[in-house]
Design a protein around this ligand. Structure first.
Ligand SMILES: *Cc1c(COP(=O)(O)O)cnc(C)c1O
Length: 383
């Protein structure tokens, strides 16, 4: 069987050949422990880690010393939320986040509620955007952290981070952002946007799985954290454990490539995404979920009125996409993101996320558009 057309880049991406090439020596020749100060094996890998730190920092416009390497965005999110709460809970126990955040954020918040945290889950409008006026009115003297994702993984909706950070800083609180879907795709500048803690993951933009980072602002404001993992004191004591040098080196290389090729990829991918969307919308009674104006260029989340996404996906075995429902339980639930956007259950159940990447071709898009239209029409007739 021919491999399905991959349109699930928001879930993960293949490793760029250049990244893979760059990583390989760190599995064999350059295998040293980056914490070994007494010999050249360690010096070589320590230097590689430093280079990667500079490359990650350059991508988000931070200082290299503000980057903590982790195993990925989930860990970075846990470290940021739990680390801030443990450090600052005597100052206040209130955290504000958004109903459409990734489960890594929402589940961590539920965990913190058991330890006395009071969490406000901001609603979103039909387009998936928060109301900044509402954020302002939710903030109290107890608010130690506001956590707003930069770009949503399901819909691609981009929140107005700069406006949000101004509100947060007026109240002397901290702003954390899960930028896992934004980094490597669109320009991210932590200083300009006023973000104090930022989470990123390598495998969402052609780097290896199992590598990520947490940016922690070291001045204006200087953020302190309690670590999740204690041990040898690696990463300024915030994340102990022998560094995963091959993955970190690959992560750095991926950042460097993204930095130079981002604009060009964005332009090309947007043309294909728009083409795919326009074609599929022609089937009629198809709706775009999420604000079309404030959205990543590589995603389209579509609801097909009168069609169940599972029936649709069952017919589309030659296309790899994600549905708008989570099958974490026996009965699939419509996605919490679409629910928060007030999309009716039947439409939410019919939603499919198409996410494109730099290896997507025009030929694939033509094929997918044709197949989706054909299957949607057929399913509608048979129902
Ligand atoms: C993928 C993703 C995560 C989780 O990242 P991992 O590195 O796989 O742990 C968190 N947030 C968002 C928005 C994501 O897209």
């Amino acid at each position: 069987m021919k491999k399905p057309v991959y349109l699930d880049y928001n879930s993960t991406t293949p490793v760029d050949e250049r990244v893979l090439e760059f990583m390989l020596p760190f599995f064999s020749d350059k295998f040293g422990n980056a914490a070994s100060k007494t010999h050249a094996y360690g010096w070589v890998t320590e230097e590689a880690v430093q280079t990667a730190r500079e490359q990650v920092a350059a991508l988000i416009h931070s200082e290299p010393g503000e980057i903590i390497f982790t195993s990925g965005a989930t860990e970075s999110i846990n470290l940021a939320l739990k680390g801030v709460y443990e450090k600052y809970h005597s100052k206040g126990n209130h955290i504000i986040t958004v109903a459409t955040e990734h489960k890594a954020v929402l589940d961590t918040c539920v965990h913190l509620e058991k330890y006395g945290a009071q969490i406000t889950y901001l609603p979103v409008d039909k387009g998936g955007l928060i109301d900044t006026g509402r954020l302002r009115s939710c903030m109290t003297d107890q608010t130690i952290l506001v956590c707003v994702m930069m770009a949503n993984n399901e819909t691609g909706v981009i929140q107005p981070m700069r406006e949000i950070s101004q509100i947060v800083h007026e109240r002397n609180s901290l702003l954390m952002s899960d930028a896992t879907q934004a980094c490597g795709k669109i320009p991210v500048d932590v200083r300009h946007e006023g973000i104090d803690l930022l989470c990123v993951s390598a495998h969402k933009f052609y780097g290896p799985k199992g590598a990520g980072a947490l940016y922690v602002s070291r001045k204006n404001p200087r953020v302190s954290l309690v670590p999740l993992i204690d041990g040898g004191g690696h990463e300024k004591g915030l994340r102990s454990g022998t560094l995963n040098v091959p993955a970190i080196a690959g992560f750095g290389k991926g950042c460097e490539i993204a930095d130079t090729e981002m604009a060009e990829n964005a332009k090309r991918i947007k043309v294909m995404r728009d083409h795919l969307e326009t074609e599929i919308l022609q089937a009629g009674n198809v709706f775009v979920n999420g604000s079309r104006e404030n959205r990543l260029f590589n995603v389209t989340n579509l609801a097909f009125s009168g069609v169940h996404a599972n029936a649709l996906i069952g017919e589309l075995k030659d296309i790899a996409v994600a549905t708008g429902s989570a099958c974490s339980s026996a009965i699939p639930q419509p996605s919490h993101v679409l629910k928060a956007m007030n999309i009716p259950d039947d439409l939410a159940y019919s939603a499919i996320r198409f996410s494109l990447g730099k290896y997507t071709t025009e030929e694939e898009i033509r094929f997918v558009a044709g197949r989706v239209k054909e299957v949607v029409c057929r399913l509608r007739i048979s129902e």
